[in-house]
Design a protein around this ligand. Sequence first.
Ligand SMILES: [Zn+2]
Length: 75
Amino acid sequence: MYDAEGSFDGVPCPECGSDRTISWHFAEGFDELECRTCGYQSDAVAMAELERASGDVLKRDDEVEAPTPKRPLRA
Ligand SMILES: [Zn+2]
């Protein structure tokens, strides 16, 4: 989930010039742009996704305990 509110402000995309963009107004006080035509995302939006993704990875790592192979040694 984004901690931001998206709105259609008609800001032209810097990549393809389309006005089918979403402006994300983050609670932290900055705005970012996402394009629905070419998929462009400004940095903060991409970082929010990265953060979420790495959070998933960390969660997964916590669940996996490194197995300690124990083999009975026989002389
Ligand atoms: Zn675009």
